[in-house]
Design a protein around this ligand. Structure first.
Ligand code: FES
Length: 147
């Protein structure tokens, strides 16, 4: 059902953890109302380049694998390039996901965007093409604490 790469990133996830709150760290928190899974992504940005990425995911195996791959893919890229990392690109890098698990990769894309949005807001900049994350962050924080 899962590719070797998905299994590898699930059993040995890269970049698990947090980055300390700072002006140069964007934090994105997103959740899927249907399955209740939550993903938090931290991006450290220096001179417009993502220099570090971490994540914490309270969710299914595919959500863990996609967060792991998405945080690997985003490092070393500019803000605009980071925005181009779609759920499709993440799923392809993992050699595919079963159709029922595609929404999990969407969570990874949304978490990246939310972290970029947070960074842009903190630093008073605009990233062309980036839209405001729709999630109710306070509600997600509360759910995250209950985990
Ligand atoms: Fe919810 Fe995978 S089942 S993110």
């Amino acid at each position: 059902m899962y590719s070797d790469k998905v299994m590898d990133h699930f059993t040995n996830p890269r970049n698990v953890g947090e980055l300390e709150a700072a002006a140069d760290v964007g934090v994105g928190l997103v959740g899927n109302a249907k399955c209740g899974d939550i993903m938090k992504v931290f991006l450290k940005i220096d001179d417009g380049i993502v220099t570090d990425a971490k994540f914490k995911t309270f969710g299914c195996g595919a959500a863990v694998a996609t967060s792991s791959m998405a945080t690997e893919m985003v490092k070393g890229h500019t803000l605009r390039e980071a925005l181009q990392i779609t759920n499709k690109a993440v799923a392809e890098a993992l050699d595919g996901l079963p159709p029922i698990k595609v929404h999990c990769s969407l969570l990874a894309e949304q978490a990246l965007h939310a972290a970029l949005w947070d960074y842009a807001e903190k630093n008073g900049i605009e990233i062309e093409g980036l839209e405001s994350p729709a999630a109710d962050l306070e509600e997600l924080e509360r759910l995250g604490e209950e985990e």
